[in-house]
Design a protein around this ligand. Structure first.
Ligand code: SAH
Length: 349
């Protein structure tokens, strides 16, 4: 039995590489720009009408356009949030979510198939880790949604399945392609990366000259508890993490957003809020409170309205910028990891 040869994804090619490929196939350089225009609009080779047929045929034999197949699409009746289960070339699945805000469309993309980080509250890690996504596969999620809904996504958050800084090279390559005006043309200000706290990579990212918005998932201000909830804290405890965040702010000028999912009886006490104030006081930052999403098997429940409000009040009184995140797509399980897990379970039955 012979394995099918793996087709190369043209979305993995940046501008220069696509030009080199085009000329190596005997075509003039301007054809690369035409090809890229089609690829970014999610068009199949057959419909790339301004390219010579021989060129299209050659491409089709050895390459794919990188647009992903839509396995499932759920639209929220409450707020129009759309959640996608997308199928990659090798049959793996990732999830992407599209949200509509006053300022336009924002996409939440996945960066890995599964996750290694093992956070106790998170659905993405339960099904285990399979592999990293390539830059083109991350880009492909955006292009697939743009094409499907005939829209132009203007903001991207890397907050889907996976730990972006655990897939450092591909994610940085993706960021470069996303901000390239020959690519998606999305500025770093409108690109957000969310991390569970890989301190070394945060510092490395701060030196790339790519000042993306950094979100850090904090969830507890106490080392012992944070290590229980988030194993990454054993390697990078809070002082190391917050030092790295300071360096990020110093090098990029960007304020950090700290994500804090409030879980009833776990991390929603006044003592937690007070400790958080003392950790973050005087830093250029912002805290985003999120009532935890229920994930089967975790046993965690959302904090009560009363506790959420008093938590918020303590932070605000301590001089910390704080917002309560609006939950979008509640009726379609828009929190990531759940669709992929369900699909895997279906297939195993
Ligand atoms: N690995 C990255 C990005 C993916 S998770 C990170 O850890 O930041 C995206 C965000 O969702 C993180 O802030 C994560 O902590 C949060 N999250 C995961 N499970 C959640 C749940 N059940 N309820 C609320 N937020 C959750």
């Amino acid at each position: 039995m012979s394995m099918a040869t793996k087709s190369q994804n043209l979305l993995d090619y940046n501008k220069e590489e696509l030009e080199a490929l085009t000329t190596s196939l005997g075509q003039p350089r301007f054809r690369a720009a035409q090809l890229r225009g089609w690829l970014y609009r999610g068009v199949d080779f057959e419909e790339m009408t301004n390219l010579p047929e021989t060129f299209r045929k050659e491409l089709k034999e050895n390459y794919v356009t990188g647009r992903l197949r839509i396995r499932r699409r759920l639209t929220s009746a409450l707020d129009g949030t759309v959640k996608y289960l997308l199928s990659l070339g090798d049959g793996n699945f990732v999830e992407s979510v599209l949200m509509k805000y006053k300022y336009g469309y924002s996409a939440c993309v996945s960066t890995q198939v599964g996750c290694k980080m093992g956070c106790s509250f998170c659905a993405s890690t339960q099904a285990g880790f399979v592999r990293n996504l390539t830059a083109g596969e991350i880009l492909g999620q955006i292009i697939t949604m743009n094409t499907d809904l005939q829209i132009r996504i203007g903001h991207v958050v890397m907050m889907g399945i996976g730990e972006p800084l655990d897939n450092y090279e591909n994610v940085v390559r993706f960021i470069r392609m996303a901000r390239d005006t020959n690519g998606l043309g999305i500025s770093c200000r409108n690109l957000s990366l969310s991390t569970c706290g890989l301190a070394e990579q945060i510092i490395r990212l701060s030196e790339e000259g790519l000042p993306v918005t950094l979100s850090v998932s904090l969830h507890s201000p106490f080392n012992t508890q944070r290590s229980e909830m988030m194993p990454v804290n054993r390697k990078y405890p809070l002082d190391k993490l917050l030092d790295a965040c300071n360096i990020y702010t110093l090098n990029t000028g960007r304020r950090i957003t700290y994500e804090y999912a409030l879980i009833e009886g776990i991390n929603d006490s006044e003592a937690h809020a007070a400790r958080l104030v003392s950790l973050l006081k005087g830093k250029l930052c912002h805290v985003n409170l999120i009532p935890v999403n229920r994930v089967e098997g975790t046993g965690y429940e959302k904090a009560s309205k009363k506790n959420i409000l008093s938590f918020q009040k303590i932070l605000a009184a301590g001089g910390i910028n704080v917002t309560l995140r609006r939950t979008l797509g509640r009726d379609i399980e828009a929190a990531c990891g759940q669709l992929r897990r369900a699909e895997d379970e279906n297939r195993r039955q």
